[in-house]
Design a protein around this ligand. Structure first.
Ligand code: HEC
Length: 113
């Protein structure tokens, strides 16, 4: 289970969903996750973060900084910082959202109206 959250800088752009085109520098999307086991117990999953950095930050990711934080707080990886190679797969998948500045968006039936 995931939730997609956005800060004030990116809010107006992110709300356009399939008509985003570009988001302002400083836009930050955070996606906490959890799973529920057969026993009904909830368990924390990774926290996924995308931050739109200034031009020149990283051409390979269209200036997005990806970060993944493991349950418990250890950093799995951060673009151009800790274990950057470990998060290159993020943009490889997000590249399919190039019309919306590489955001992939919650499926329509789960969006807050
Ligand atoms: C296999 C494809 C895939 C990979 C790999 C992937 N994502 Fe995503 N990501 C998605 C999809 C699909 C969505 C939209 C649906 C959702 O939120 O689950 C999404 C949504 C997001 C969002 C919410 C903003 C948005 O795009 O709407 C963030 C933040 C995010 N991903 C971060 C990451 C990070 C960080 C990584 C690498 C650690 C990563 N993603 C790897 C497919 C992927």
């Amino acid at each position: 289970m995931v939730q997609n959250l956005v800060n004030k800088i990116g809010r107006d752009a992110y709300k356009k969903f399939d008509d985003i085109k570009t988001v302002p520098i400083g836009s930050t999307m955070a996606k906490p996750s959890f799973t529920v086991g057969k026993d009904g117990e909830a368990k924390l999953g990774p926290l996924f973060i995308m931050e739109k950095m200034t031009n020149g930050f990283n051409a390979d990711t269209a200036n997005w900084r990806y970060a993944a934080i493991l349950p418990g707080g250890n950093t799995m990886g951060v673009t151009k910082a800790t274990n950057s190679a470990g998060v290159t797969f993020c943009h490889e998948c997000h590249v399919s959202g190039e019309d919306n500045d590489y955001l992939l968006l919650a499926p329509e039936e789960y969006r807050v109206k």
